[in-house]
Design a protein around this ligand. Sequence first.
Ligand SMILES: C[S@@+](CC[C@H](N)C(=O)[O-])C[C@H]1O[C@@H](n2cnc3c(N)ncnc32)[C@H](O)[C@@H]1O
Length: 196
Amino acid sequence: MISGDLLYELPSIVERLDLTQLFQKAQPLEVELGCGDASFIAEYAKQHPEKNFIGVERLLGRIRKLDKKGRRLALANLRGVRIENAYFLEWLLPAHSAGAIHVYFPDPWPKLKHRRHRMINEGFPALAHAALVRGGRVFLRTDHEEYFEQMQTVFAASRQFKPAETPTELAEVLTDFERDFLAEGIQTRRAAYEAV
Ligand SMILES: C[S@@+](CC[C@H](N)C(=O)[O-])C[C@H]1O[C@@H](n2cnc3c(N)ncnc32)[C@H](O)[C@@H]1O
């Protein structure tokens, strides 16, 4: 049981979301997978009242921060869902419903034997494509050079995406982890791909 005005409690984990139950207004949807403390998505939702946003996060303490930040900003266009990212993408998000999927600083699982846990793997582009509207985009950021190469490799291998740019106004909205990396002088990388 989780409580919080902006945290959406799933009525079912075997039926896709009814977006009309989450948002007062039907507007273009964007999703952040692994939103952490919601630094990015709360700020970006504030800047874009003409869109709806869902932050997905598995840790209760972090998704509660989405609720807190979103309520402080009185956001009617932000909701949080506490669940596992890949499950949300594959089984809960309605088909072709999102204009953008943001994945920022996903856990890099640096040990070779743990790499199978990485979210951006060979199967990710197909799942993302099924969730995106035509022309929808995936935005990626990471500090991990080798994971960045994996991200580029899996999208290069997909015929469902072409490379795209990250708009400056989007790149300027930093995540919590990104702020820390930048403060420590750690280089970060970003990429974007558009569904064709
Ligand atoms: C390294 S943090 C980055 C958080 C945020 N995106 C940022 O840049 O500040 C990764 C986040 O993804 C969440 N996470 C990792 N694996 C997940 C999964 N399989 N499903 C949902 N959330 C996940 C973690 O709990 C954590 O909050």
